[in-house]
Design a binder for this molecule. Structure first.
Ligand SMILES: *[C@@H]1O[C@H](CO)[C@@H](O)[C@H](O)[C@H]1NC(C)=O
Ligand SMILES: *[C@@H]1O[C@H](CO)[C@@H](O)[C@H](O)[C@H]1NC(C)=O
Ligand SMILES: *[C@@H]1O[C@H](CO)[C@@H](O)[C@H](O)[C@H]1NC(C)=O
Ligand SMILES: *[C@@H]1O[C@H](CO)[C@@H](O)[C@H](O)[C@H]1NC(C)=O
Ligand SMILES: *[C@@H]1O[C@H](CO)[C@@H](O)[C@H](O)[C@H]1NC(C)=O
Ligand SMILES: *[C@@H]1O[C@H](CO)[C@@H](O)[C@H](O)[C@H]1NC(C)=O
Length: 929
């Protein structure tokens, strides 16, 4: 191994004979007009979308305000033209000139110098066009991109003679129809947690590139790092060395004797390895080579909580015969294997008590682990507004929330590189998906070819990121779409299954497996996994579908049940190997509502608030399906009322706020109950190894399943998930039919933990009750496992006590070590509460909460004290104008107990005055008017 300190100096590396000039089209002035509305002309930007430029010019109001979701349909239904100022800096001496678009949303007709260049029809492809000939006779170098209306074109495509059709109800219809015919972000046409704007515009960076002879511009790079002999979907031999395969896609031309050099540098810029890639091949406009990297020369990359996030810089240089650099690129990479293990349960696993069937869990560097996280949706209806800073803040909340994996839901857009870069450095695994969902898709050759280009570009673009954990074909395809076909047209199931396989297996798999050895693929986000794998075929996967054996367990689960009567009945939760979606919607806070609706609309069932609830979706373009939205509103209020004291405050705004908050408590309580059930599954025959709830964050201000509101404010859910995603938890389980009652300690650490549990029964005033269970016990929990520490029958235990006045306080304190932490011992403490009856029936008492704020130079904290009784769901709140998170919230306090709560301010327009407006409440406050 050679080590020397070496700094890469970007510009000087490229030899003069291989010149390139790049004009970044974001630096050019743009004008946006519409052939539909000749009176509109506003300044434009790039990257952008027409809604954003119209709003910036005050030609329209804030798209996210009020009912603009319904009112701004005309923008999506129209063409929008982006015209550049004359590109006068272009040189006349270059050998070739190219237009390069990293993304156009979606249908365009592109002209330069008044001449047609090309048309495009896929938001997710990178497009590049040589314009050398056009420029040779050009007097007015204006670039003009005419964006067609996606809603008009989707309708027209659906109406083409011979076009594909599906049985009634198979297409998930939200607002605009026919999204499945076009390759555009599917939720742009509406979803049950978002608005439908169908935006158009140059949504990604774009460039004009001018090259000398024998010059190349690198437009995309594939880096695939895997263990020698590794095959997708199979756990590799961790003792093997690494293969690093690199492939560069370029514009222009490179010398016939070109080679690929590489330099691998660590975070100190020391060179770890360098040299020439071997087995170089050239095909069209790409050059590919590989090198073996001895295992002991590099350190592993681990997700957060499992070790450090060691990253390296890899510089790849295309060199000519004299070793002059033609072009080069640097990517930050990491060394890890991540596999979705769907192998059959082994004899050894059966002996451990694991139920037969197949595995369905992830393994990082050969270790199975418990995936804790949530589902990520597009953080804004308009992607050009999603900056790296915004995502960093969101990801800090992910880390603060004890999450290690996000499922980046398909039917949005492929994640930008800066999002993967953040995840690489923060240790967040990103389960990624191709952008299909809740519909079946056409399979004509033109559509398949279009998808193939999209998949090829995206797979190659992001493969070098160690945070990339998985590729899934699309959202809810097998468990929902094929199921719906079987429900409405069972005789057509074979036909639609064959079409499904044509797209999600025959088309996509050879491209994925042909470019990456390191990433697993499954065609559907939720499925029963594969039935068999045969790597001698170009498409190795045979899906299992319903080919299941009774008593065996397969696949991952997706669970929604809006009958809140059974929300805390564990027998209604799915038993599977991994939970990748589950949830229930809740209202955002009053502070968030105030950003988006008029003060007069701030009451629970105002029409504006109701129509911003898209569960259940409008199913069309106007507001006539009001009853569907009302049904979803009803589900929230019924659940809140059923399980908690219902607010009935005389001040209407305070009442609205309390209702919003109570729907959030229900949501958090329900998720917490499910997460504890899934985590306990790691100790049960299902050997359950993942919990990703629906959904991490919001893309507007509305009732949704999110745990984080649009501006970053945490709902009750995110605090509760943070608590219950701690490595070691103590959890109560009541079987509501038999009244059997158990308490478990669950750990997802990779080595056993040892310690004690304390369990004490109280009434709501905080008096100890004489209920005969052991007050304390020793506990030991194995690696990623659970141990039952109490079991009995609640009826027997309570005997003469009134269940409305009985609580169990539980605490676990154990010693353990985090994975790859050099055996550093830590104490893990978790507290939990069990109430023997629904809180709506409980004999709550006034806890006499007292809040105070202390400000030292560097940081502040609040102190909360319960002075009179047990305080349930203690909630610190803060006014609009700031966004912050507390280190704990939605906790319980015993009478006399005092808790210090620290906070992290994310943004503040109040000059620090928000602390004066901070308040505290608990569930007791719901009972006072
Ligand atoms: C805008 O013009 C296109 C093309 O003529 C047409 O299809 C579309 O319906 C028009 N949109 C509106 C809102 O008038
Ligand atoms: C609207 O845009 C589409 C796609 O770019 C184009 O084919 C069509 O001619 C445009 N219509 C008008 C009226 O500009
Ligand atoms: C598309 O079709 C739907 C359903 O037929 C219709 O309501 C809508 O107006 C159409 N959209 C456009 C832009 O023509
Ligand atoms: C490594 O090099 C980069 C880019 O030249 C520089 O920004 C960084 O400060 C260097 N880091 C160290 C530790 O020298
Ligand atoms: C180059 O190709 C040969 C023959 O296929 C193979 O044995 C060798 O492992 C390859 N080298 C690398 C670094 O991939
Ligand atoms: C180019 O660099 C490679 C690898 O560093 C070296 O083996 C080769 O001799 C060099 N060729 C020339 C012409 O300098």
């Amino acid at each position: 191994m050679r080590r020397s300190t070496q700094t890469i100096l970007a510009a000087s590396l490229v030899a003069a004979s291989h010149s390139q000039t790049v004009l970044d089209l974001s630096t050019v002035e743009w004008t946006v007009t519409s052939p539909n509305f000749t009176y509109i002309s506003v300044p434009g930007k790039l990257p952008s979308q027409a809604h954003l430029d119209l709003y910036a010019a005050q030609a329209i109001g804030n798209p996210l305000f009020g009912l603009n979701d319904f009112n701004l349909r005309w923008i999506g239904d129209s063409n929008w033209t982006y015209n550049s100022a004359p590109l006068n800096t272009l040189s006349e001496n270059s050998s070739s000139t190219w237009l390069l678009f990293n993304g156009l949303d979606t249908f365009t007709s592109i002209e330069i110098c008044g001449q047609h260049v090309a048309s495009t029809n896929n938001q997710f492809r990178q497009y590049y066009f040589e314009i050398s000939d056009i420029l040779r006779s050009c007097s007015d170098p204006i670039l003009s991109i005419n964006f067609g209306s996606a809603t008009v074109i989707a309708n027209a495509t659906a109406a083409l003679p011979g076009q594909e059709t599906w049985p009634e109800g198979v297409e998930g219809l939200f607002e605009f129809p026919n999204r499945q015919f076009i390759r555009k972000e599917q939720n742009d046409f509406g979803w049950d947690w978002g608005p439908a704007f169908a935006p158009a515009g140059p949504w990604q960076p774009a460039y004009v590139i001018q090259l000398g002879a024998q010059s190349a511009y690198i437009r995309n790079t594939l880096i695939d790092i895997y263990r020698e002999g590794q095959l997708n979907l199979l756990p590799p031999d961790q003792s093997k060395d690494w293969v690093m395969n690199a492939s560069i896609d370029f514009l222009g031309s490179i010398p016939s004797d070109a080679a690929l050099h590489y330099i691998l540098q660590d975070s100190e810029n020391s060179t770890v390895l360098s040299g020439q890639l071997s087995n170089t091949t050239r095909e069209d406009n790409s050059i590919t080579g590989s090198v073996l990297i001895p295992s002991d020369t590099v350190e592993l990359w681990w997700p957060v909580g499992m070790g450090s996030q060691t990253l390296y810089d890899l510089t790849l240089r295309i060199v000519d015969g004299s070793n002059n650099t033609v072009s080069f690129v640097t990517k930050r990479i990491g060394f890890r294997t991540i596999v979705l293990n769907e192998l059959p349960i082994t004899e050894e696993q059966l002996d451990q008590g694991i139920a037969p069937g197949n595995n369905w869990h992830f393994e990082i560097n050969g270790h199975e682990f418990y995936a804790k996280g949530s589902n990520f949706i597009p953080p804004d209806p308009f992607w050009p507004t999603v900056t790296e800073d915004r995502l960093r803040q969101l990801f800090e909340s992910v880390i603060d929330g004890n999450q290690n994996m996000l499922r980046v839901w398909s039917s949005g857009a492929y994640s930008p590189d800066f999002m993967y870069d953040l995840a690489d450095s923060m240790g967040i695994l990103l389960w990624s998906e191709f952008e299909f969902g809740d519909a079946l898709y056409p399979v004509d050759q033109e559509f398949l070819d279009n998808v193939a280009e999209e998949v090829l570009y995206q797979v190659r673009r992001v493969n070098h990121h160690p945070s990339l954990a998985f590729w899934a074909g699309g959202n809810e395809l097998e468990n929902l779409e094929l199921y719906l076909v079987n429900q409405s047209a069972p005789d057509q199931l074979d036909r639609y299954t064959a079409e499904y396989e044509k797209l999600f297996l025959d088309t996509i798999v050879p491209i994925v497996f042909g470019n990456t050895h390191s990433i697993s693929y499954s065609p559907s986000s939720t499925s029963n996994g594969w039935l068999s794998l045969n790597f001698s075929l170009p498409q190795p996967i045979t899906e299992r579908y319903e080919n299941v054996t009774e008593g065996s367990i397969y696949g991952d689960t997706d669970h929604y049940n809006y009958n809140s009567a059974v929300s805390f009945n564990y027998s209604t939760y799915p038993v599977g190997r991994f939970a990748n979606e589950f949830g229930y919607h809740s209202m955002p806070s009053l502070q968030t509502w105030q950003q988006a609706v008029d003060p007069r609309d701030l009451h629970f069932n105002s029409s504006v608030i109701t129509l911003r609830n898209h569960h259940y979706p409008a199913g069309g373009l106007n507001t006539s399906n009001y009853d569907r939205a009302r049904k979803g509103m009803g589900e929230m209020t019924i659940a809140a009322q059923r399980w908690y004291p219902a607010p009935n405050k005389t001040n209407s705004l305070a009442n609205f706020s309390a209702w919003c908050h109570t729907t959030q408590i229900f949501q958090a309580d329900y998720y917490s109950s499910q997460i504890q059930f899934y985590r306990r599954g790691s100790a049960l025959p299902e050997r359950q190894l993942g919990s990703l709830y629906w959904q991490l964050e919001d893309q507007w201000q509305a009732p949704t399943w999110a745990g984080i509101e649009y501006d970053g404010r945490w709902k009750v859910l995110h605090y509760v998930a943070k608590d219950i995603y701690q490595p070691v938890i103590i959890s109560p389980f009541l079987n509501v039919s038999t009244r059997d009652f158990e308490v478990w300690v669950i750990s997802d650490l990779w080595t056993p933990v040892y310690g004690t549990v304390n369990m004490t029964w109280y009434d709501w005033s905080g008096n100890k009750l004489n209920i005969s269970t052991p007050a304390s016990a020793n506990v030991q929990v194995g690696a990623i496992n659970g141990t039952k520490v109490l079991s009995g029958n609640l009826g027997d235990l309570l005997s003469y006590h009134n269940s409305t006045d009985v609580l169990l306080a539980m605490e676990v304190s154990v010693r353990g070590t985090r994975p790859n932490s050099s055996n550093k011992t830590e104490i893990f403490i978790h507290r939990n509460w069990f109430h023997a009856d629904a809180l709506s029936n409980a004999k709550l008492v006034d806890p006499g909460l007292v809040l105070s704020h202390s400000n030292s130079n560097s940081s502040g904290f609040f102190t909360v004290k319960a002075t009179k009784g047990v305080a349930a769901w203690v909630w610190l709140d803060y006014p609009a104008g700031a966004v912050l998170n507390f280190d704990a919230n939605a906790f319980w306090l015993m009478p006399g107990e005092e808790k210090q709560v620290r906070y992290k301010v994310k943004s503040d327009t109040t000059g620090g005055n928000w602390t004066d407006g901070a308040t505290v409440r608990s569930l007791w406050d719901n009972t006072v008017s």
